[in-house]
Design a protein around this ligand. Structure first.
Ligand code: PGA
Length: 262
């Protein structure tokens, strides 16, 4: 992390927690962070619940004036129309959703999302004033065959190509082999790929945009290993899956500054 880019701690709940369970978790999380005097201006904390929880979590955040920010896990590349089951970015924006995860490896894998579709979803996010959290990462096979930066760089270049309008975005480097496996990348690996991604952003867009874009690491992040990643000036936060469902663990991750002598 650097002082210019505010670290971003994101909890991707995936397909877990219904809207009632969401209330319990968000309340407990906000209270735990409040008790610990969490400074949200120094470390942003966002939750990414399933679609069916969004209205409930938005209402709760609003009523209690919690400083947590809200994200969604996906969006349609279309704005409206005959697309059964899809969710428009316009609807998300109406719910005060700020962030949207795009191109998570589980969507690439189970819903055959390719670079072209992901690029179109990123365009939809920009159109609706949402901040896309663009996920990139290589499988174990790709790591062995092409090295660790090749696929993430290719994926981010494709996601950012040919936009008529570019807003703020975040990139999450999530090696597929590290997601939900307990097998973590080393902080050095994460930093090396983050540098390659930042260079790719500078080439595809501009060096100024690259400099201000937050690049996260994701894959088996826990309170015990988060500080290692964020020690590097290249890594600006983490995207957390499993550990974001446990309040103690996730608030421990959000409070990573405690473990860094800054
Ligand atoms: P994990 O998931 O923390 O459970 O490995 C990360 C993610 O998929 O975003």
């Amino acid at each position: 992390m650097t002082t210019e880019r505010v670290p971003f701690i994101a909890g991707n709940w995936k397909m877990n927690l219904d809207h009632q369970q969401a209330i319990a978790l968000v309340q407990k999380l906000a209270w735990t962070l409040r008790d610990a005097n969490h400074d949200y201006s120094k470390t942003e904390v966002a939750v990414f619940p399933p679609f069916t929880d969004l209205r409930t979590v938005q209402t709760l955040i609003d009523a209690e004036k919690f400083e947590l920010t809200l994200g969604a896990q996906d969006l349609s590349q279309h704005d409206s129309g005959a697309y059964t089951g899809d969710v428009s970015g316009a609807f998300l924006r109406k719910l005060e959703v700020k962030y949207v995860i795009i191109g998570h490896s589980e969507r690439r894998m189970y819903h055959a999302e390719n670079d072209e579709l992901i690029q179109a979803k990123v365009a939809a996010a920009f159109r609706h004033d949402l901040v896309p959290v663009i996920c990139v990462g290589e499988t174990l096979e790709e790591l062995e065959e092409q090295g660790q930066s090749f696929i993430p760089v290719q994926q981010i270049k494709a996601a950012l190509a040919n936009h008529s309008q570019v807003g703020e975005f975040i990139v999450a480097y999530e090696p597929v082999w590290a997601i939900g496996t307990g097998q973590v990348a080393t902080p050095e690996q994460a930093a090396e790929v983050a540098v390659a991604i930042r260079t790719a952003i500078a080439q595809t867009l501009t060096p100024e945009i690259a400099e201000k874009t937050r690049i996260l690491y994701g894959g088996s992040v826990k309170a015990a290993n988060v500080a290692g990643f964020l020690k590097s000036p290249e890594v600006d936060g983490v995207l957390v899956g499993g550990a974001s469902l446990q309040v103690e663990e996730f608030s421990g991750i959000a409070r990573f500054l405690k473990h860094l002598a800054l």
